[in-house]
Design a protein around this ligand. Structure first.
Ligand code: SF4
Ligand code: SF4
Length: 180
C-alpha cells in the first residue's frame, strides 16, 4: 500500500540509441552549468570580501576599558559563574598604589582566560557583568592549528587603550560604540 499519493512509476522501457550514449544528458547538464555564468553568485571571495554580520551576532569576546583607558574588569567572577560552558578562568589581584591609571577598581584580573573551544557564544558573561567589562564583538575567533591557540589570554581579549591607540580602539569597539 502506498504511503503517499506522490509515488511515481519508474520507467523501465529500454533506452534508445541516443539515450544510451548519454549525449543528450551531458548537453542538458552543460546547459545548466553554463546558465550559472549569468546568475548572481551566492558566494563571496572570502577573506578579501566579508559579509556584514547580523546586529545580534555574538562573536569574539573583548575585555573593555573605560574612557581613561583603565581596565574595567574587577575580577568579581560573575561572568565565570554565569558561563554554562565553564569556559572562563581568572585570577584576581589587588591594585597597588600608583596603579590607579591602569585599573578602575581596587581589584583587577591578573589573569583572565576564555577557552573558545568550550564557549558557545551565548552572551551570558556579557549579561552578568556589572562593570560593562566584557562584551561579545562582531568578529569571530580565527582558525588555528592547535587547541592551545583557542585559549584566549587577557592580552588577546583586552581592547586597545583609547588614549594611546584611539584608532585601534574604535575599530575594536565596532558596533558596540554605544557601550562606553
Ligand atoms: S559567551 Fe557564554 S559560553 Fe562563552 S564565555 Fe560567555 S557565558 Fe561562557
Ligand atoms: S568581566 Fe565583568 S563579570 Fe567578569 S570578572 Fe570582570 S567585572 Fe566581573
Amino acid at each position: 500500500m502506498a504511503l503517499t499519493n506522490r509515488s511515481i512509476q519508474v520507467d523501465r522501457k529500454p533506452m534508445t540509441w541516443l539515450e544510451s550514449i548519454y549525449l543528450w544528458n551531458i548537453v542538458k547538464g552543460m546547459a545548466i552549468t553554463f546558465s550559472h555564468l549569468f546568475k548572481r553568485r551566492p558566494t563571496i571571495s572570502y577573506p578579501e570580501q566579508t559579509r556584514s554580520f547580523s546586529k545580534v551576532f555574538r562573536g569574539l569576546h573583548v575585555l573593555n576599558r573605560d574612557e581613561e583607558g583603565r581596565e574595567r574588569c574587577t575580577a568579581c567572577g560573575l561572568c565565570a559563574v554565569a558561563c554554562p560552558a565553564e569556559a572562563i578562568t581568572m585570577e584576581a589581584a589587588e591594585r597597588l598604589p600608583g596603579e590607579e591609571g591602569l585599573y578602575r577598581e581596587e581589584k583587577y584580573a591578573a589573569r583572565y582566560e576564555i577557552n573558545m573551544l568550550r564557549c558557545i557564544f551565548c552572551g551570558l558573561c556579557e549579561e552578568a557583568c556589572p562593570k560593562d567589562a566584557i562584551y561579545l564583538s562582531q568578529t569571530f575567533a580565527p582558525a588555528n592549528y592547535g587547541r592551545s591557540g583557542f585559549i584566549y589570554k587577557k592580552n588577546d581579549l583586552l581592547i586597545p587603550n583609547p588614549l594611546t591607540e584611539p584608532e585601534a580602539y574604535q575599530k575594536a569597539l565596532g558596533e558596540k560604540a554605544s557601550k562606553n
